[in-house]
Design a protein around this ligand. Structure first.
Ligand SMILES: Cc1cc2nc3c(=O)[nH]c(=O)nc-3n(C[C@H](O)[C@H](O)[C@H](O)COP(=O)(O)O)c2cc1C
Length: 224
């Protein structure tokens, strides 16, 4: 709860889902990711100005935050809090997994959790005691992220160097999953880069569609 918070307005809400029937509904909403059914707890982090705006109204203060900047500010608070909560759970021996699928179904999740105006789901985590101890996954080399004073456009050689290990390890990891290997073969996918923006992973058409839906959803929530 000590996460940094813009203006210390704490424009966040966490909705806990433990009820098995309700978890099953969210499992469907989140693309049937089975860890939702396996883990006992699901936490949905929301960018939430409703409580703050109600307080402002009761104190005859000017209304605010029902705008896109409000959405941004509260979303960052929600993500910062989420990561703190993850570290807290992990510190107690629990395991977590983020559900990015929250962003694919903001409207459905919002309706199901009965979120009010200027309150939107930003991310979700599943929480449980881990049944396995997987090897730590790598990240791209630190050098690729750090720029000294000014942005330095990486040249082709640097891009090649940055993705050299990832391209092999990432591809091997995905191809060790039999279902994915078959799908990749069906779609004629032969590299990790192709995989990422294929229909199997982050399809550009799907992203375009969801972007439009998100825009409509934010309008309906009075964030636009
Ligand atoms: C915002 C966000 C959304 C994510 N969504 C999913 C998800 O929907 N399903 C999943 O299995 N993992 C999800 N992940 C987990 C990432 O796939 C994972 O962090 C990454 O592959 C690196 O693995 P590691 O965290 O075990 O090191 C998400 C991570 C983040 C930060």
């Amino acid at each position: 709860m000590g996460a940094s918070s813009s203006g210390n307005l704490n424009s966040v809400t966490m909705v806990l889902t433990r009820d098995e029937d309700r978890k099953r509904v969210l499992w469907e909403t989140h693309g049937e990711q089975d860890m939702i059914l396996q883990a006992p707890l699901l936490v949905t982090f929301c960018a939430d100005w409703w409580r703050t705006r109600e307080w402002l109204r009761l104190r005859d203060a000017k209304d605010n935050f029902n705008n896109f900047l409000g959405f941004e500010v509260a979303s960052y608070d929600a993500m910062i809090l989420a990561q703190n909560v993850c570290l807290g759970f992990q510190n107690h021996g629990l395991g977590i997994c983020y559900m990015g699928t929250t962003l694919f179904a903001m409207k459905e999740i919002s309706e199901f959790l009965e979120l009010p105006e200027t309150c939107a789901p930003i991310t979700t985590i599943v929480v449980g005691y881990p049944a396995e101890d997987p090897a730590k996954r790598d990240r791209l080399p630190l050098k690729a992220f750090v720029h000294d004073e000014r942005y330095r456009l990486p040249d082709v050689d640097e891009i090649e160097e940055t993705y050299k290990v990832r391209e092999v390890k990432g591809w091997e990891r995905y191809m060790s999953m039999p279902g994915l290997r078959e799908m990749a073969a069906e779609h004629g996918i032969t590299t990790l880069a192709q995989f990422y923006t294929s229909e199997i992973k982050y399809d550009p058409k799907f992203f375009e569609e969801v972007s439009k839906e998100t825009f409509e959803f934010l309008k309906s929530k009075k964030f636009l």
